[in-house]
Design a protein around this ligand. Structure first.
Ligand code: GRF
Length: 207
Protein backbone atom coordinates (compact mmCIF):
# COMPACT_ATOMS: atom_id res chain seq x y z
CA UNK A 1 0.00 0.00 0.00
CA UNK A 2 1.68 3.15 -1.17
CA UNK A 3 1.42 6.65 0.26
CA UNK A 4 -2.07 7.97 0.74
CA UNK A 5 -3.11 10.62 -1.76
CA UNK A 6 -4.82 13.85 -0.68
CA UNK A 7 -7.13 16.05 -2.73
CA UNK A 8 -7.80 19.50 -1.26
CA UNK A 9 -10.92 21.52 -2.08
CA UNK A 10 -10.50 25.26 -1.50
CA UNK A 11 -12.28 28.41 -2.68
CA UNK A 12 -10.10 31.21 -1.42
CA UNK A 13 -6.80 32.23 0.16
CA UNK A 14 -5.82 28.65 0.97
CA UNK A 15 -3.88 29.25 4.20
CA UNK A 16 -5.21 25.93 5.53
CA UNK A 17 -4.14 24.29 2.28
CA UNK A 18 -0.70 25.87 2.79
CA UNK A 19 -0.50 24.44 6.32
CA UNK A 20 -1.05 20.96 4.86
CA UNK A 21 1.51 21.59 2.11
CA UNK A 22 4.06 22.61 4.76
CA UNK A 23 3.47 19.44 6.80
CA UNK A 24 3.66 17.19 3.73
CA UNK A 25 6.92 18.90 2.69
CA UNK A 26 8.50 18.43 6.13
CA UNK A 27 7.40 14.80 6.27
CA UNK A 28 4.99 15.21 9.18
CA UNK A 29 2.13 14.03 6.97
CA UNK A 30 3.02 10.76 5.18
CA UNK A 31 1.10 11.47 2.00
CA UNK A 32 1.29 13.04 -1.43
CA UNK A 33 -1.06 15.46 -3.13
CA UNK A 34 -3.46 14.21 -5.79
CA UNK A 35 -4.68 17.70 -6.70
CA UNK A 36 -6.33 20.93 -5.69
CA UNK A 37 -9.96 21.28 -6.74
CA UNK A 38 -11.40 24.77 -6.65
CA UNK A 39 -14.64 26.45 -7.70
CA UNK A 40 -12.91 29.84 -7.91
CA UNK A 41 -10.52 30.47 -10.84
CA UNK A 42 -8.98 33.40 -8.98
CA UNK A 43 -8.44 31.55 -5.68
CA UNK A 44 -4.99 32.32 -4.26
CA UNK A 45 -4.90 28.62 -3.32
CA UNK A 46 -4.17 27.98 -7.04
CA UNK A 47 -0.89 29.91 -6.73
CA UNK A 48 0.07 27.80 -3.73
CA UNK A 49 -0.64 24.60 -5.71
CA UNK A 50 1.34 25.78 -8.73
CA UNK A 51 4.34 26.60 -6.54
CA UNK A 52 4.42 22.96 -5.43
CA UNK A 53 3.55 21.34 -8.79
CA UNK A 54 0.19 20.22 -7.42
CA UNK A 55 -2.28 19.79 -10.28
CA UNK A 56 -5.30 22.06 -10.23
CA UNK A 57 -8.88 21.35 -11.31
CA UNK A 58 -11.04 24.43 -11.62
CA UNK A 59 -14.68 23.41 -11.51
CA UNK A 60 -16.44 26.75 -11.53
CA UNK A 61 -20.20 26.92 -11.07
CA UNK A 62 -20.53 29.65 -13.70
CA UNK A 63 -19.03 27.34 -16.36
CA UNK A 64 -22.07 25.04 -16.19
CA UNK A 65 -25.65 25.55 -17.40
CA UNK A 66 -27.19 24.08 -14.28
CA UNK A 67 -26.47 22.68 -10.83
CA UNK A 68 -26.75 19.09 -12.00
CA UNK A 69 -24.01 19.39 -14.62
CA UNK A 70 -21.84 21.33 -12.17
CA UNK A 71 -22.20 18.58 -9.56
CA UNK A 72 -21.40 15.91 -12.16
CA UNK A 73 -18.23 17.78 -13.16
CA UNK A 74 -17.20 18.13 -9.51
CA UNK A 75 -17.77 14.44 -8.78
CA UNK A 76 -15.85 13.52 -11.94
CA UNK A 77 -12.89 15.67 -10.85
CA UNK A 78 -12.99 14.04 -7.40
CA UNK A 79 -13.18 10.51 -8.78
CA UNK A 80 -10.44 11.12 -11.34
CA UNK A 81 -8.15 12.49 -8.63
CA UNK A 82 -7.80 8.98 -7.22
CA UNK A 83 -7.48 10.56 -3.79
CA UNK A 84 -7.86 8.54 -0.59
CA UNK A 85 -8.78 11.65 1.40
CA UNK A 86 -10.66 14.81 0.42
CA UNK A 87 -9.94 17.85 2.58
CA UNK A 88 -12.36 20.79 2.48
CA UNK A 89 -10.11 23.70 3.39
CA UNK A 90 -12.19 26.83 3.05
CA UNK A 91 -14.39 25.31 0.38
CA UNK A 92 -17.40 27.58 0.31
CA UNK A 93 -19.93 25.48 -1.54
CA UNK A 94 -22.22 22.87 0.01
CA UNK A 95 -21.73 19.44 -1.50
CA UNK A 96 -24.78 17.53 -2.67
CA UNK A 97 -25.81 14.68 -0.29
CA UNK A 98 -25.22 12.18 -3.12
CA UNK A 99 -21.66 13.47 -3.56
CA UNK A 100 -20.97 13.26 0.16
CA UNK A 101 -22.39 9.73 0.33
CA UNK A 102 -20.05 8.67 -2.47
CA UNK A 103 -17.02 9.79 -0.42
CA UNK A 104 -18.32 9.04 3.08
CA UNK A 105 -15.58 8.46 5.63
CA UNK A 106 -12.86 10.01 3.49
CA UNK A 107 -13.86 13.64 3.45
CA UNK A 108 -13.01 16.08 6.25
CA UNK A 109 -13.71 19.78 6.84
CA UNK A 110 -12.30 22.55 9.04
CA UNK A 111 -14.80 24.87 10.71
CA UNK A 112 -13.82 27.96 12.77
CA UNK A 113 -16.10 27.21 15.75
CA UNK A 114 -16.63 24.54 18.40
CA UNK A 115 -19.38 22.55 16.65
CA UNK A 116 -22.23 21.94 17.11
CA UNK A 117 -22.22 25.62 18.10
CA UNK A 118 -22.15 28.24 15.36
CA UNK A 119 -22.33 26.15 12.20
CA UNK A 120 -22.52 27.91 8.84
CA UNK A 121 -20.99 31.20 7.80
CA UNK A 122 -19.42 33.92 10.00
CA UNK A 123 -18.98 31.44 12.84
CA UNK A 124 -16.58 33.78 14.65
CA UNK A 125 -19.11 36.64 14.60
CA UNK A 126 -21.84 34.24 15.77
CA UNK A 127 -19.62 33.38 18.76
CA UNK A 128 -19.01 37.06 19.57
CA UNK A 129 -22.71 37.88 19.22
CA UNK A 130 -23.63 35.04 21.55
CA UNK A 131 -21.09 36.20 24.12
CA UNK A 132 -19.23 32.89 24.55
CA UNK A 133 -15.98 32.99 26.53
CA UNK A 134 -14.42 30.09 24.65
CA UNK A 135 -14.48 29.78 20.86
CA UNK A 136 -12.30 27.52 18.75
CA UNK A 137 -12.18 25.32 15.66
CA UNK A 138 -13.35 21.84 14.71
CA UNK A 139 -12.13 19.28 12.20
CA UNK A 140 -14.89 16.83 11.33
CA UNK A 141 -15.84 14.19 8.82
CA UNK A 142 -18.25 15.56 6.24
CA UNK A 143 -21.72 14.04 6.30
CA UNK A 144 -24.88 15.05 4.46
CA UNK A 145 -25.66 17.86 6.85
CA UNK A 146 -23.91 21.23 7.11
CA UNK A 147 -21.06 21.04 9.64
CA UNK A 148 -22.77 18.07 11.36
CA UNK A 149 -20.27 15.27 10.72
CA UNK A 150 -18.38 13.25 13.35
CA UNK A 151 -15.84 15.39 15.19
CA UNK A 152 -12.17 14.43 14.85
CA UNK A 153 -10.34 17.28 16.65
CA UNK A 154 -11.30 20.50 18.44
CA UNK A 155 -9.09 23.32 19.76
CA UNK A 156 -10.36 25.92 22.27
CA UNK A 157 -9.58 29.61 21.82
CA UNK A 158 -10.27 32.21 24.53
CA UNK A 159 -12.49 35.14 23.48
CA UNK A 160 -11.05 38.49 24.65
CA UNK A 161 -13.29 41.37 25.70
CA UNK A 162 -11.96 43.62 22.91
CA UNK A 163 -12.12 40.92 20.22
CA UNK A 164 -13.54 41.77 16.81
CA UNK A 165 -14.54 39.23 14.17
CA UNK A 166 -11.14 39.81 12.58
CA UNK A 167 -9.02 39.46 15.73
CA UNK A 168 -10.89 36.36 16.89
CA UNK A 169 -10.74 34.82 13.39
CA UNK A 170 -7.00 35.42 13.25
CA UNK A 171 -6.43 33.72 16.62
CA UNK A 172 -8.67 30.78 15.71
CA UNK A 173 -6.92 30.51 12.35
CA UNK A 174 -3.61 29.75 14.10
CA UNK A 175 -5.26 26.68 15.63
CA UNK A 176 -6.90 25.72 12.33
CA UNK A 177 -3.40 25.54 10.88
CA UNK A 178 -2.45 23.08 13.64
CA UNK A 179 -5.62 20.98 13.80
CA UNK A 180 -6.33 20.37 10.12
CA UNK A 181 -2.85 19.04 9.26
CA UNK A 182 -2.93 16.89 12.41
CA UNK A 183 -6.29 15.39 11.40
CA UNK A 184 -4.90 14.71 7.89
CA UNK A 185 -1.86 13.01 9.45
CA UNK A 186 -4.04 10.85 11.72
CA UNK A 187 -6.19 9.80 8.76
CA UNK A 188 -3.16 8.99 6.57
CA UNK A 189 -1.68 6.90 9.40
CA UNK A 190 -4.98 4.99 9.80
CA UNK A 191 -5.21 6.17 13.41
CA UNK A 192 -8.88 7.24 13.34
CA UNK A 193 -11.55 4.77 14.41
CA UNK A 194 -15.27 5.57 14.36
CA UNK A 195 -17.39 4.17 17.19
CA UNK A 196 -20.97 5.41 17.05
CA UNK A 197 -20.73 9.22 16.95
CA UNK A 198 -17.26 9.16 18.52
CA UNK A 199 -13.98 9.28 16.61
CA UNK A 200 -11.30 7.41 18.56
CA UNK A 201 -7.68 8.49 17.95
CA UNK A 202 -5.10 5.70 18.26
CA UNK A 203 -1.59 6.62 19.44
CA UNK A 204 0.07 4.40 16.86
CA UNK A 205 -0.73 2.90 13.49
CA UNK A 206 -2.33 -0.58 13.36
CA UNK A 207 -3.53 -0.40 16.97
C1 GRF B 1 -11.02 29.20 7.36
O1 GRF B 1 -11.26 30.05 8.46
C2 GRF B 1 -11.89 27.98 7.49
O2 GRF B 1 -12.13 27.59 8.82
C3 GRF B 1 -13.18 28.46 6.88
O3 GRF B 1 -12.80 29.28 5.78
C4 GRF B 1 -11.51 29.82 6.06
C5 GRF B 1 -10.63 29.44 4.91
O4 GRF B 1 -9.43 30.13 5.02
N1 GRF B 1 -13.98 27.33 6.42
P1 GRF B 1 -8.20 29.71 4.05
O5 GRF B 1 -8.73 29.77 2.63
O6 GRF B 1 -7.78 28.31 4.43
O7 GRF B 1 -7.13 30.73 4.33
Amino acid sequence: MGMKRIAVLASGRGSNFQAIIDRVCDGTIPAEFACLITDNPSAYAIKRAEKHDISVSVVSFSDYPDRESYNQALEKAMQESGADLFVLAGYMRLLKPETVRGFAGKMINIHPALLPSFSGLHAQQQALDYGVKIAGCTVHFVDEGMDTGLIILQYPVVVLSDDTEESLAARIMEFEHLSLPLAVKLFCEDRLEVSGRTVIIHDHQDE
